[in-house]
Every structure is written in structure tokens, then in C-alpha cells.
Design a protein around this ligand. Sequence first.
Ligand code: NDP
Length: 241
Amino acid sequence: DMTSLAGKNAIVTGASSGIGAATARKLAAAGANVMLVARRRDRLEKLAAELGPAATTLELDLGGADAAQALLDAATSRFGKTDILINNAGILRTSHVDSFDLAELEPLITINYTTVVRTSLLFARQMKANGAGQIVNLSSIGASLTAAGTGVYGGLKAALERFTDVLRIELAGSGVRVGLIAPGTTTTEIFADMKQKGQPGWDEFIPPMVPDDIAKAVLFMCEQTGNANAARMHIYATSEG
Ligand code: NDP
């Protein structure tokens, strides 16, 4: 409803596009204050204008080694305490044996894994000290399947899933909920790189979902109360699985 997250302070990384933008809309509609994080300032400002005074923006490159600390510092100065962290930003590069550009390896690891681990740990410590909080990490169906081109991306998401599950267990009973959401094929700009390289984006042959389908799951995870925790959610398109 429109008040389920009233007064909560939420961060959405990768809010300039796709699932992150849809998630920011959902959290704001549920009453949360939302900090929109990504590199493209124009996109962030446009969304913030749409969402109104509950939204603020942070232009930040999550590929930098100091990005997680910068995010924590920005959140602490704006919010004081952060209630909800959605680690959504991610990039997709396929890793076919003959064509993978090895220069893509480092940014893939940093943005899809290392920075998510850093932010999860930094915010988890603060949330644990506060006795409450919610962290949602965006995984992928790619973590659970063995398909050509997905070795690096899917492998990093699988590592992120294990990290996230263990973090959830380490925080059990602390008041901090941790969960992961593994979407299937969803039409967003994430397939732009494949398409630019002449590969068909997966959304061209799998009837895809839309970002709002995944944002609904993120909101559901954030709305858990009492002793309930939506620990892992797989939201797949009807023709995949
Ligand atoms: P999009 O490409 O639409 O959005 C990605 C977002 O991440 C953008 O807001 C982008 O912002 C941000 N981002 C990328 N690199 C950086 C960076 N260096 N610093 C800061 N922000 C960055 O992708 P989706 O919405 O599809 O993806 C969201 C999440 O969902 C990802 O983790 C993805 O792996 C996952 N996912 C998506 C699926 C799909 O089918 N779409 C399926 C399974 C999982 P900017 O460029 O402005 O910095």
C-alpha cells in the first residue's frame, strides 16, 4: 500500500534505468525516501523530479574502489540511518570463448560482485548496530544455469548468491533482513551491449518480463514483518526455468 514503507530511508543503486528505476518508483510509492544512485545524472534527475521531494540523487561510479565507502558516507549525511539498501546496479557482458574481451573482466567483477560485497558489509554493520535493516541483492537466473556466454556473469552472480545467503545467516536474529532476487529475462538496457555486438539480446527470443515485474518482488521483500524474511525469490518469465 502507500504507507508500508512510510518514513523508511532507502538506497537504490542503478536507479537510472531498468529494474532499478522501476524499484525506486515502487519504494517511493510505498512511502519511502529514496536515494537514486548511478552515473548518469540526467536520468537520475529526471526520475527524482517525477518522484518528488522524497527522492534525492547521488551521481556515483560503483566501479571505483572507494565507491562503497562513498555511498555509506553520502547516505549517512543525507539520511542518518539507512533502512533499506537495494544493490541493483549491474552490467552484462557475455563471455563466449572466442569473443570475450578480457578487458571487460575487471569491471564485470567490480560492479557485479566486489562493490556489492563491500556495500553489503558496510551497511550491514551499520544496520546491525541499529538493530534493523533490509538488504536486497539482485542476482540473475544466470547464477543457476549453464548456458553459453554466461560463464563470467553467471559465475559472479552465483558467488553473490552464496555471499548473500551467508550474510543473511550471519545476521539472523539481529533485526537485519537480507535477501536475494534472481530475475529471469527482463527487457532493459542491459542487453544493449549484446545487441551492439550483433548478438541477439536474450529478450529477443524469450518472451520477456518488464522491470515492474521485478520491482514488485523487491517491494514484497522489503515489506516483510515479524519473524518473516523473503530470503530468496526467483522471478522468471513464463517460458524459462
Ligand atoms: P540496466 O542496464 O537497465 O540498468 C543497469 C543500472 O546499473 C543502470 O542504472 C546503470 O546506471 C547502473 N550501473 C551500471 N554500471 C554502473 C557503475 N559503474 N556505477 C554506477 N551505476 C552503474 O539493467 P537491469 O535493470 O536489467 O539490471 C539491474 C540488475 O538486474 C542487474 O544487477 C542485473 O544483473 C540484474 N538482472 C537483470 C536481468 C534482465 O534480464 N534485465 C536478468 C537477471 C538479472 P548508469 O549507467 O547511469 O551508471
